[in-house]
Design a protein around this ligand. Structure first.
Ligand code: UD1
Length: 421
């Protein structure tokens, strides 16, 4: 299994180009199932997760052309040969569950494995299934599979989400594009990735209004056409590198970083004493000398502070000059990184959904274990700051979501080397 050895203490200086957003790309790929015409996705992040989605789509009969290391992916679902997404492919990555809605909308039936829980919480899919039922689908759960049928097509409905779930909003929106009549999603999630997906769907001929607000209206159409779409830049990747620079000190331009989608993080960084400026090419992050100030974080759905940036902010606060707290309101078990960060000499105590971080002067390198995607990268940030050597084990989590991580960091002066146990 691969690991990363980090020699800490180097400031970061230079430019990091931000890749396409993983969380958007995965759903855009699933949306290719909605049309029999070709879909070309540009600015695609080359990640284990996006490659994995490509594999699942191939098993459904989608013609996938995506050469290694390229950032353009061509998908053609002219003919869907199977509407079954097997357990082996769905259990490894939850986002693959998002093929259910498009298959159901286009084919009238689909059988998709339930994704199961994951390290950060139970993560059920009840909102997704309730939405499809409200749209007239018959849903049966058998031997771990969701069997869904809407043989005479999905019908528009009013969906009141109990919580603004990102996945359920996207999934319902995609399926509703081909339903008969109007679907309204109330209490919809407002994440920028939803706007990116709606933008592509509209270019395919879908009729959508209100994306990016808490109420989305979708008027079903008979058919969607092909499209060329560029995946939005990854605000989570950009935010992660912003915090890496804030932690180590230095001056880095995050090229193509979507500043408008990062306002909560930018405010928190500024409150901590980090200089953040929005430039034509992206976002510049500067920190010189003085210690970071402690800042409290309340994790909320967008436009609040993103849960996918919580672990990294915790890593940042470990060396702040005072005590800070984080309240995680999205996932029930998203503090797996806290004990690992304490292995660096940090002082973090977790009680329920609140973590209290007493800042220490320095971190010391340590062997640590990655537990989930965003937690892993918080350990990398701690390793970049810590004195001495850090080995981050089980980094397959990192490869799921960060394109060319070592390359990007090393180009700015870090010392991160990939090896194997
Ligand atoms: C997506 C992102 C993930 C991010 C999360 C929240 C992708 C691939 N993943 O995950 O990186 O951390 O949004 O911003 O885009 N819930 C239910 N029932 C459901 C659905 C969700 O109870 O049917 C709960 C979840 O357990 C969780 C909360 O709602 O506590 C939010 O989850 P959701 O917004 O759906 O997250 P994902 O779409 O899975």
């Amino acid at each position: 299994m691969d690991n990363l050895t980090i020699k800490g203490g180097n400031p970061l200086n230079g430019t990091i180009r931000i890749s396409g957003a993983k969380n958007s790309a995965l759903k855009l790929m699933a949306a290719a199932l909605l049309t029999d015409e070709p879909v070309e996705l540009r600015n695609m992040p080359n990640l284990a997760d996006s490659r994995f989605m490509a594999r699942l789509l191939s098993t459904l009969g989608v013609d996938v052309y995506w050469p290694q290391n390229e950032n353009v992916c061509r998908l053609s679902a002219a003919e869907i040969t199977s509407s079954i997404a097997p357990y082996d492919l769905v259990r490894k990555m939850r986002a693959t569950f998002n093929v259910l809605g498009p298959l159901l909308a286009r084919m009238g039936h689909a059988t998709v494995s339930l994704p199961g829980g994951c390290a950060i919480g139970a993560r059920p899919v009840n909102f997704h299934l309730e939405a499809f039922e409200a749209m007239g689908a018959d849903i049966l759960i058998e031997q771990g599979y969701v069997k869904a049928a809407a043989l005479r097509g999905l019908k528009g409905a009013v969906i009141d989400l109990p919580f603004p779930s990102v996945g359920a909003t996207e999934h319902t929106m995609m399926a509703a594009t081909l339903a008969q009549g109007v679907t309204t999603i109330n209490n919809a999630a407002q994440e920028p990735e939803i706007v990116d997906i709606a933008t592509m769907l509209k270019a395919m001929g879908a009729k959508i209004e209100g994306e990016g607000t808490s109420s989305i209206r979708i008027e079903g159409v008979e058919k969607l056409k092909g499209v060329t779409h560029s995946v939005m830049p990854d605000r989570i990747e950009a935010g992660t590198y912003a915090m890496a620079v804030a932690a180590t000190g230095g001056n880095v331009l995050l090229e193509a970083a979507p500043a408008a989608e990062m306002t909560s993080l930018i405010e928190h960084l500024k409150a901590a004493g980090v200089k953040v400026s929005v430039e034509n090419e992206g976002v510049r992050v500067i920190r010189n000398g003085s210690r970071l100030k402690p800042v409290d974080v309340d994790v909320q759905p967008h436009p609040g502070f993103a849960t996918d940036l919580q672990a990294q902010f915790m890593a940042l606060m470990t060396t702040a000059d005072g005590t800070s707290t984080i309240t995680e309101n999205i996932f029930e078990n998203r503090y797996l990184h806290a004990p690992e960060l304490n292995r660096f000499g940090a002082d973090i105590r977790v009680q329920g959904k609140v973590a209290t971080i007493h800042g220490v002067e320095t971190l010391k390198g340590a062997p640590v274990m990655a537990t989930d995607l965003r937690a892993s990268v918080s350990l990398v940030i701690a390793g970049l700051v810590a004195e001495g050597e850090t080995v981050v084990n089980r980094i397959y989590h990192l490869d799921r979501g960060f394109e060319k991580l070592e390359e990007k960091l090393n180009a700015c002066g870090a010392s991160v080397v990939r090896g194997s146990e």
